[in-house]
Design a protein around this ligand. Structure first.
Ligand code: T1G
Length: 697
């Protein structure tokens, strides 16, 4: 018997305990241990088998680290079939998170009991695959097709009560899984309860699978797993037998297991956990974080304050006048009311947060005792320096002074204080209480425990924190500037903003770059272009149509017109009829004759620009690893998760082909398309970005 499964007898009951921390993943040892456990229980003449998990949870699914390697027997599906076929009464006792293969093992048991706090689900679609151990066949039989499709195509877990309501489990009892499991099993034996194999239940009634398939493909914006999983559930309703349904499930499971989307989504799963684990932070204790100050109660500052309040921190919001402080309070309360509406906090918690946790101030002295201050004032270096000079004078020794700037030089800000080691960048994304990404921008003199505190704050706020070095735009906005410039160049050469938006939504983005620009506000890019104009290289292709749009007062959604025209009360916009004229005039000015672009070329150029700049960001050490860039683009810029991130996408596509394309594009513009040295080096060495992730972890 492997250590991963402990075998013991309690009377007529053989008890199989999973001991595979941290989440009792169904690795090979666990699967073999379960198999051996059943063989032994049946040989020894036990009357029942109880399965439960030691530690924090029942099985949380397959061991995802095994994916991509040859599957060693027993497969998940064979294991579940074997458990279900046992002549003994099989009981599973669930606690923690019974997910994926874990719930499938439970469904192949004959009876299921859970503690009230247990959660269960089939989240495989989030990994680019589908339940491959009979879940698409058994769950519809116990819970009906509607419930099964909801759980399987969304991957959303449910609680024990809802599972009981839907027949997925039989009992919910407070207590330790072992104790409640033994008591329930004993009760079943004494009652002479029969084996109860789910496979013997009748095939469930179907629904309009074809219509749902179309809807799922549309909703997934190209993600395959939900729609494919639906076809497996359809087999549960329509296949000639349970076994035929299992065969169909296996076919579809392998189809997805061999897909690029599985590579991308597994990469995302592990990267979002690895990104905040930096070797240099190992063993570094963060500073105490209980009270936070926020300066500037605009949208960003109010969002940051809201996120901090929701995480349990006390917050002092500093504005310069009572009126501005009241306006900030209104924004924060509005955000918190939204949290009440979403069920994140109760009305009482809202009251406590707004009356006890939040303090409004108009004088810097109110910040004298805070542990960390985030400045979110106007994006102007002289304004920032004035604020930091004041903070330096007022804040207690050891207080951390952070700027939320999205591109200004943190080194320059730190230099205006007597404590540069306490200065850091914490770049939140708007709305700061909703967007997951936090760029932790580390300046030259930032102390390591201040960095650790930045990550600790990110964790408290539920963020995906990414370490960034100091450069214009840090990681995300610097890469954004590159692929946005590429889009503008394609427009000068013949493409339209609307064709580019359509091509990039077909690639999987929720919105194309021009719709996003309209949403964010065209004046932001305009201000950046004006700021960078003095330092611009003469060889850079700079279109004038974006500035013309702004000069005409069109800033996008906020003014009702940008690249699109927006009508009150209507979602989305329609192409702005004035834009083609602006573009034609710009081409004429530059003596350019427009040519036709295919969607494929648009997507390729756009992605090559993103990958090339990302490779420069990694090569210069602004991002620690390629996965840091992937997580930045996934959690801050809507990059489609099923591609894994731009550098995972590049690995899958092939770096040699990407570099070849960049070299081809450089023939038309050798300034913009200067290949990243790191990309050239990786291609020369026959390596990929993931090799760098592995070396850095
Ligand atoms: N396999 C391998 N490692 C896993 C893992 C898994 N399934 N789940 C978690 N880990 C690692 C994780 O990388 C981290 O490692 C540590 O455990 C703690 O995780 C046949 C084929 C269970 C809700 O999709 O959702 O079954 O960073 O930080 O926040 O049909 O982990 O410490 O080195 O996330 O408390 C289906 C995935 C698989 C569940 C716990 N199962 N895991 O969250 O801790 S496919 C899943 C989670 C499948 C079948 C198919 C969460 C969690 P490290 P954590 P947490």
């Amino acid at each position: 018997m492997s250590d991963a499964i402990r075998y013991e007898r309690v009377g007529d009951i053989a008890v199989l305990t999973a001991q595979n921390p941290p989440v009792n993943a169904l690795g090979l040892d666990v699967r073999r241990g379960l198999l051996a456990g059943f063989e032994r229980a049946e040989t020894e003449g036990a009357k029942a088998v109880l399965i439960y998990g030691d530690g924090r949870t029942y099985f949380a699914g397959a061991d995802i680290r095994e994916f991509g390697k040859p599957m060693q027997a027993p497969s998940f599906a064979d294991l579940c079939t074997r458990i279900e076929a046992s002549p003994l009464i099989v009981v599973s006792a669930l606690h923690g998170t019974a997910l994926g293969g874990g719930l499938e093992v439970a469904l192949s048991s004959h009876y299921r009991i859970a503690v009230p706090s247990a959660k269960m689900g089939l989240p495989e679609v989030h990994l680019g695959i589908l339940p491959g151990a009979g879940g698409t066949q058994r769950l519809p039989r116990v819970a009906g097709v509607g419930m099964a499709l909801d759980m399987i195509t969304t991957g959303r877990p449910i609680g024990a009560a809802k599972a009981l309501e839907n027949g997925i489990i039989d009992r919910v009892v407070e207590g330790e899984p072992r104790e409640i499991g033994l008591a329930y099993t004993q009760e079943l034996l004494e009652a002479g309860a029969p084996r109860r194999a789910v496979c013997d239940l009748p095939a469930p009634k179907g629904v309009d699978f074809d219509a749902m398939h179309v809807a799922l493909l549309k909703k997934g914006r190209g993600q395959l797993s939900p729609a494919t999983a639906l076809r497996a559930v359809q087999a549960a309703c329509e296949a000639d037998s349970f076994e035929a349904g299992l065969r169909r499930e296996r076919e579809l499971f392998m189809e997805l297991m061999n897909s690029d989307q599985r590579l991308g989504m597994i990469h995302a799963f592990f990267s979002e956990r690895a990104v905040s684990k930096l070797p240099e932070l190992k063993g570094v204790a963060p500073r105490v974080l209980a009270e936070m100050g926020v300066i500037g109660g605009g949208t960003m500052g109010a969002g940051i304050a809201t996120a901090a309040l929701l995480s349990g921190l006390k917050v002092t919001m500093l504005e310069m006048t009572d009126a501005a402080a009241a306006a900030a309070q209104g924004r924060i309360e509005g955000n918190l009311k939204g949290a009440v509406k979403r069920g994140k906090i109760s009305a009482d918690q809202f009251t406590a947060l707004t009356t006890q946790a939040l303090t409004l101030a108009t004088d810097y002295s109110a910040l004298a005792q805070v542990d960390l201050v985030v400045e979110a004032v106007f994006e102007d270096m002289s304004v920032k320096k004035t604020v930091f000079t004041q903070l330096d004078a007022v804040c207690k020794p050891g207080a951390i002074l952070a700027s939320n700037t999205s591109y200004l030089d943190i080194n320059e800000i730190a230099a205006c204080t007597s404590r540069p080691e306490d200065v850091i960048g914490l770049h939140f994304f708007s709305p700061a209480h909703v967007m997951k990404l936090l760029e932790v921008v580390v300046a030259d003199k930032t102390a390591i425990d201040v960095v650790a505190t930045g990550f600790a704050l990110g964790k408290m706020l539920g963020k995906i924190s990414v370490r960034s070095g100091v450069c214009d735009g840090f990681i995300g906005n610097r890469i954004l500037a590159a692929y946005r410039a590429c889009a503008d160049h394609m427009i000068l050469d013949g493409a339209s903003p609307y064709q580019i938006d359509a091509a990039m939504t077909a690639f999987g983005f929720a919105m194309g770059p021009f719709a996003v620009a309209d949403l964010a506000g065209l004046d932001i890019g305009w201000a950046a272009r004006k700021r960078l104009a003095p330092t611009r290289d003469a060889r850079e292709r700079v279109p004038s149509f974006p500035d013309k749009l702004c000069e005409d007062g069109h800033f996008g959604q906020k003014t009702g017109k940008g690249y699109y025209v927006y009508e009150a009360g209507k979602r989305g916009g329609t192409p702005n009829p004035d834009v083609p004229g602006l573009i034609d005039a710009n081409r004429a000015e530059l003596g350019l004759t427009p040519r036709v672009f295919t969607d494929a070329e648009i997507t390729r150029r756009y992605m090559c620009a993103m990958v090339n700049e990302a490779a420069k960001v990694v090569g210069e050490g602004i991002a620690r690893r390629p996965l840091d860039v992937d997580m930045t683009l996934l959690f801050g810029y809507g990059f489609p998760r099923y591609h894994g991130g731009p550098l995972k996408w590049a690995d899958i596509v092939g770096l040699d082909d990407i570099l070849a394309d960049i070299n081809t594009y450089a023939k038309g513009d050798d300034f913009f398309w200067q290949p990243a040295p790191l990309l050239q080096q990786l291609v020369a060495d026959g390596r990929c970005f993931d090799d760098l992730n592995k070396e850095a972890s």
